[in-house]
Design a protein around this ligand. Structure first.
Ligand code: PMP
Length: 354
């Protein structure tokens, strides 16, 4: 080891999905939205005055925060924005999980949670999903340092109902319960309605999936004013200007166009249900997804083999080589045409390789 290396903070980083750039690929590996952002977003970006970029953006991100507050019917003091929900979640781990007791999140879930816990030295425990890949309420009713529940969960896509979530939130008044709703707009029921009742609840959402802005990096949290105040204190101790002028303009326009938002969501939900039916016709078993992806497994062909075969054909899906889920593919929902391409490939491949 080189002398200075002994003083380095070593971490095992999160591995993001590949971002290949082939001309005719079908990219279904990072749960991006296949449709462009609302037309107003393009217009706002075109009208962005480069001359103004010499100035710092509004550190409070006032325009975007106000648009979100108006849309969700909360006070602007209840809204926190960050550079994708990854940034919001990382800040939340840093701010709220400070008791020294273990934070709880499921064993099969978004694989960034344990990375942040390790980075910040937060102890954690991961209760096992049951055999149907569901989060068991009883595992989260115990003394702990905080709770993170993604709803719907990733990569399963399974939603936990609001009554069960409320049980968890109500049973843990001494710690913060974060509900990560990255995929909630695709048919789930948000925990936002519980906010007036529970001061320990923080709901985190993103513009990356349902609002087609993964490339702009915008995420947000809504909670009670005191919680959001603490989150802002941490943010201002780290980086005051998290949201670029472009992100503020694009995000605000995306929120304003509710008609486009709802139309796009409905298209994706319809395509998801069609894809599920087709995958089942080909012998796959699919979990009941309320998100913009499907978690699927084939009884005859190993997921790893299918993943490689699809990749050879420039069809990218996600494969996790982890216990219990290493025979599943996570397939993001693309356009109808892309999903037809996927199904045709699988039909041919499975037909030729029985
Ligand atoms: N939470 C979950 C469950 C996710 O799957 C993702 C996307 N990888 C995120 C949060 C973060 O998304 P973003 O930073 O793009 O908002």
């Amino acid at each position: 080891m080189i002398a200075w290396e002994k003083n380095i903070r070593r971490v095992t980083p999160y591995t993001p999905g590949e971002q290949p750039d082939c001309p005719n690929m079908i990219k279904l590996n990072t749960n991006e939205n296949p449709y462009p952002p609302a037309p107003g977003v393009t217009k706002a970006l075109q009208e962005l005055d480069a001359g103004r970029l010499r100035r710092y953006p509004d550190p409070a991100a006032g325009m975007l925060v106000q648009a979100l507050a108006d849309y969700y019917g909360v006070a602007k003091e209840q809204v926190f924005v960050g550079v994708g929900s990854d940034d919001v979640l990382a800040m939340s781990f840093l701010t709220f999980f400070n008791s020294g007791k273990p934070v709880l999140f499921p064993d099969i879930t978004y694989s960034f949670y344990d990375v942040w816990a390790e980075l910040f030295g937060i102890p954690y425990e991961c209760p096992k999903l049951n055999d149907e890949f569901q989060i068991r309420t009883e595992d989260y009713i115990r003394e702990c340092g905080g709770i993170v529940i993604p709803n719907p969960n990733a990569p399963t896509g399974i939603e936990k109902n609001l009554e069960e979530l409320e049980e968890v939130i109500a049973a843990n008044p001494e710690v913060i319960v974060i509900i990560d709703e990255a995929y909630i707009d695709f048919g789930g029921t948000s925990a936002l309605s519980l906010l007036p009742k529970y001061e320990n609840l923080l709901v985190v959402q993103t513009f990356s999936k349902s609002r087609s802005l993964a490339g702009m990096r915008i995420g947000f949290a809504i909670g009670n004013e005191r919680l959001i105040g603490y989150l802002n204190d941490a943010k201002y101790s780290f980086n005051s200007y998290t949201m670029s002028a472009a992100a503020l303009a694009a995000g605000t326009e995306a929120i304003k166009d509710d008609t486009y938002f709802r139309e796009t969501l409905q298209k994706i939900i319809n395509t998801r249900e069609w894809t599920k039916k087709e995958l089942r016709r080909l012998g796959f078993s699919c979990l009941d997804s309320k998100s913009n992806f499907i978690f699927a497994s084939h009884p005859k062909r190993p997921a790893r083999e299918l993943f490689e075969a699809l990749k050879q054909a420039d069809i990218y899906v996600r494969y996790f080589n982890k216990p219990r889920i290493n025979n599943y593919l996570r397939i993001s929902i693309g356009t109808d045409q892309e999903m037809v391409g996927l199904i045709h490939f699988l039909e041919r491949y499975l037909g030729e390789n029985v």
